[in-house]
Design a protein around this ligand. Structure first.
Ligand SMILES: *Cc1c(COP(=O)(O)O)cnc(C)c1O
Length: 392
């Protein structure tokens, strides 16, 4: 894969997985269209290439897509695959507390035969920037603000699949357990590894563990990697499980890295299966990072390198600084931190840590001129069913 551009590499990898599923030229068009934004691997100081001595990690910036998080990779690919492979119209239901909803809405809008209904909790439970991204008017997308919590939204989505009033409507979901999201996420790992002289250590800010699973699948498919370090916030089920496999799921806790506030990671069973049936687990470690350490990492990156990190990326940077990962930092192993979101998505947190307001990229700025539309709903499955029927 060395020397190939992202799209050419993506086509090579995906055509091996999708042999017999899509025609080669159809896949080529899909790849060109879905991954039409840059995926830079940068040094913390802004320079490209390998940082000597393994002290400063490299950042793989996955936030240059239309909704400014790595969720764009999965959502754009999934939407196009559904459009190509479903014979009947399909409605994607998605409950969101962070970045998934806007990525799915944007990535699937305007695809013939694909509609999106996205649910999010009202009452200030998503940030103003995130809400703006969720409710901007998009063809084929209905945004629903629920008078309830994120758990209510998720319950309503799950309930819809067995709701008697929706038996004749084709529903699907876009959770990160969907292989249509995991598959395209392998690509950027390969993109990074193919640019480095040695197998890297990947540091993955993690919540539902979809991103980590994608890296492990890439590794099992032949990508050289020195290992993986899953960086979690205080929702630390996975680090605890690696220490003690009898650990149980906990309730989720709110942190500064809200897209990673997951008590029961939905890809865990898949990962556990891969650990049991392959040697994948032998080079995976995990650490827990507190909110204080997250803020300190944002400050460190800014003061030492003039790099503005969002709170999720900062959990990855803090994990690199943490003591138990120090043994991994062999001087000849490149360390690649996945930069999962743009700092401008979390201006309040970044500003309070550094006094710097992140520059607003064009993907966000253009939303200001656009109209928005949102429907308010009680946390009631029957009301949601009626709404889904009505847009049908
Ligand atoms: C979703 C998300 C994560 C966590 O990814 P998982 O695949 O759920 O582990 C990390 N950072 C950001 C910005 C996200 O949106």
């Amino acid at each position: 894969m060395q020397g190939l551009g992202f799209q050419e590499m993506a086509w090579n990898v995906l055509s091996a997985w999708l042999d017999g599923v899509l025609e080669e030229n159809v896949l080529e068009d899909l790849v060109q269209d879905a991954f039409d934004f840059p995926v830079p691997l940068v040094g913390m100081d802004g320079g490209a290439g390998q940082v000597e001595g393994g002290r400063a990690p490299l950042l793989l910036e996955l936030f240059h897509g239309p909704t400014l998080s790595f969720k764009d990779f999965g959502a754009r690919f999934l939407g196009r695959m559904l459009g190509l492979l479903s014979e009947e119209p399909v409605t994607i239901l998605v409950a969101t507390s962070g970045d998934t909803g806007s990525a799915v809405a944007d990535g699937c809008s305007g695809i013939p035969g694909v509609r999106v209904v996205l649910l999010y909790p009202g009452g200030g439970q998503v940030s103003p920037t995130q809400e703006r991204q969720l409710i901007v008017e998009r063809p084929g997308v209905t945004a629903v603000r629920v008078r309830g919590s994120f758990d209510d939204c998720q319950r309503m989505v799950k309930g819809s699949f067995s709701h008697a009033g929706l038996n004749d409507i084709r529903l699907t979901t876009a959770n990160s357990i969907n292989v249509g999201r995991v598959l395209p996420q392998m690509l950027y790992y390969i993109h990074a590894a193919s640019q480095l002289g040695r197998p890297p250590l990947f540091v993955v800010p993690s919540g539902n563990l979809g991103n980590l699973t994608a890296g492990i699948l890439a590794c099992l498919s032949g990508m050289p990697a020195a290992g993986f370090l899953a960086a979690h916030n205080e929702n630390d089920f996975f680090p605890r499980w690696l220490d003690d496999s009898s650990t149980r799921y906990g309730a989720s806790k709110q942190t500064l890295s809200n897209a990673m506030d997951v008590g029961a990671p939905s890809n865990f069973e898949r990962l556990e299966y891969l650990f049991r049936t392959t040697r994948a687990g032998s080079n995976v470690r995990a650490v827990r990072v507190s909110d204080n350490e997250t803020v300190a990492a944002i400050q460190h990156a800014w003061h030492e390198y003039r790099y503005l990190a969002d709170p999720h990326t900062a959990v990855g940077l803090a994990a690199v600084l943490a003591e138990n990962s120090a043994a991994w930092m062999k001087s000849d192993t490149p360390v690649v931190v996945l930069s999962t979101a743009h700092p401008a998505k979390f201006p309040e947190i970044v500003r309070s840590a550094t006094d710097i307001t992140p520059e607003v990229p064009s993907q966000l700025a253009r939303l200001d001129g656009m109209s928005s539309r949102v429907q308010d709903l009680d946390a009631d499955g029957n009301q949601l069913a009626e709404l889904i029927r009505f847009i049908d």
